[in-house]
Design a protein around this ligand. Structure first.
Ligand SMILES: Nc1nc2c(ncn2[C@@H]2O[C@H](COP(=O)(O)OP(=O)(O)OP(=O)(O)O)[C@@H](O)[C@H]2O)c(=O)[nH]1
Length: 409
């Protein structure tokens, strides 16, 4: 598939300042800094790939550069505060330590609202990893029954398709059997096949992060309204820096569409680095340095910016910035794009609705929620805590108000 790039004017591109995570404009204290953030814990045996995952997804390190990463020796904590919807901490927990030992405060490590990602090296003998997974899940579940357990069957790039499916089936079966034997049949584990060498790691991380966003149903709903009124086939709301999609419409996601949208973000970032700011375009050495260079000056940020890529199969990729960190990437037929005015109008309604949901989030009480989880008192309704349900109900109202104005296709 070849890219038919439109003229340079359509690359009115601009991306976040700094390409580093930080509080959103106008957030002040409220959204990012003052609250207890959900926590994503990366666990697994030594050399299973935990640090590599974090580096590739959140630091734009290329997969090959992880080959010689040194073993992590202590818990490494990092804040990811990239938009009002996606604020969390990632903790990389080295594989050789026993966190249930009295030297660690397990209640503190595992007691927060969030997810535990257990990474299993699928290229290695995974029996020890399964044993460790079992011990971890049983202990952590006692401390924090609200935590989400996610299992990454990792490094699958080295396996044939048949092998991948067989590994997933076998690991799933064994892990669930062990839990049933321990009387923990209600504990839910989600499994993902991942590799840092393709988009699967971004896809899996997207799904993990989405589970931590209480407004997800509202965002999905807004995207559904947007695509049905605008003749769009598929739309993703991306966190641009990490290429995690924080929401999509409710039609199924096919990997190829997701990859295309990720590639578009890469193209747009690269072009904006080259043409967005004169002083940088000569000095660019690699993708990474481009990304680091991109936001040293606020001047390349412009909320009006957008990009169009026409593919030679009659499909158009359309990207619009929603706010400093989020971008909407849509896939549509070229004839639907004839009505770009309507799409742009509906996009403004969508942006407005997102803004309102975003305002509501600032008023939410995540610290209380995290506290409740820590004590194991949280009441869960439909997988959302009561506090999350309030946020969801309020944001549903906001999105409904904003979406009344949308134009029909
Ligand atoms: N083939 C392949 N190798 C990977 C993948 N992810 C990580 N690796 C390699 O696995 C090795 C170990 O990765 P690390 O990220 O250091 O592992 P870790 O789990 O953080 O290890 P500790 O810090 O010792 O707990 C590195 O050489 C990585 O390049 C993957 O998806 N595929």
């Amino acid at each position: 598939m070849s890219f038919d790039l439109e003229d340079e004017a359509s690359y009115g591109v601009s991306f976040p300042t700094g390409f580093e995570y930080g509080p959103d404009e106008g957030d002040g204290e409220t959204a990012a800094s003052s609250e207890v953030k959900p926590r994503i814990l990366l666990m697994g045996l030594r050399r299973s790939g935990k640090s590599s995952i974090q580096k590739v997804v959140f630091h734009k390190v290329s997969p090959n550069e992880t080959l010689f990463l040194e073993s992590t020796n202590k818990i490494v904590k990092e804040d990811v505060t990239n938009s009002s919807f996606v604020c969390f901490q990632i903790w990389d927990l080295p594989g050789h330590l026993d966190y249930f030992d009295s030297t660690f405060d397990a209640e503190n490590i595992f007691g927060s609202y969030g997810a535990l990602i257990f990474v299993i090296d699928a290229q290695d003998d995974y029996m020890d990893a399964l044993q460790k997974l079992h011990v971890t899940v049983t202990r952590v579940y006692k401390i924090n029954p609200g935590i989400k357990f996610e299992v990454f069957i990792h490094k699958v790039d080295g396996l044939s398709d048949d092998h991948k499916i067989e590994a997933q089936r076998d690991i799933h079966q064994r892990a669930c059997d062990d839990l049933i034997d321990a009387g923990l049949e209600n504990v839910h584990l989600s499994f993902y096949l991942t590799s840092i060498y393709d988009h699967s790691i971004f896809e899996a991380f997207s799904k993990v992060v989405q589970k931590l966003i209480p407004q997800l149903p509202t965002l999905e709903n807004l995207l559904n309204i947007l695509i049905s009124n605008s003749g769009i086939e598929k739309a993703f709301l991306f966190d641009v820096v990490s290429k995690i999609y924080i929401a999509t419409d409710s039609s199924p996601v096919d990997m190829q569409s997701y990859e295309l949208c990720c590639d578009m973000i890469d193209v747009v970032i690269d072009v904006s680095c080259i043409y967005g700011e004169e002083e940088y375009w000569l000095g660019i050495e690699s993708n990474r340095s481009q990304r680091n260079a991109i936001g040293r000056d606020d001047s390349i940020f412009d909320t009006q910016s957008s990009s169009v890529i026409k593919l030679n199969n009659g499909t158009v990729l359309y990207l619009r910035e929603v706010n400093r960190y989020l971008a909407l990437v849509c896939i549509l037929r070229v004839d639907s794009f004839d009505r770009q005015g309507l799409i742009d109008y509906n996009f403004l309604c969508f942006q407005q609705a997102i803004q309102e949901v975003f305002e509501l989030r600032k008023k939410s009480k995540l610290p209380d929620m995290a506290q409740n989880n820590m004590l194991g008192n949280d009441v869960q309704v439909n997988g959302l805590s009561t506090e999350q349900n309030h946020v969801h109900e309020d944001s549903k109202k906001a999105s409904k108000q904003a979406s009344n104005n949308w134009a029909r296709n």
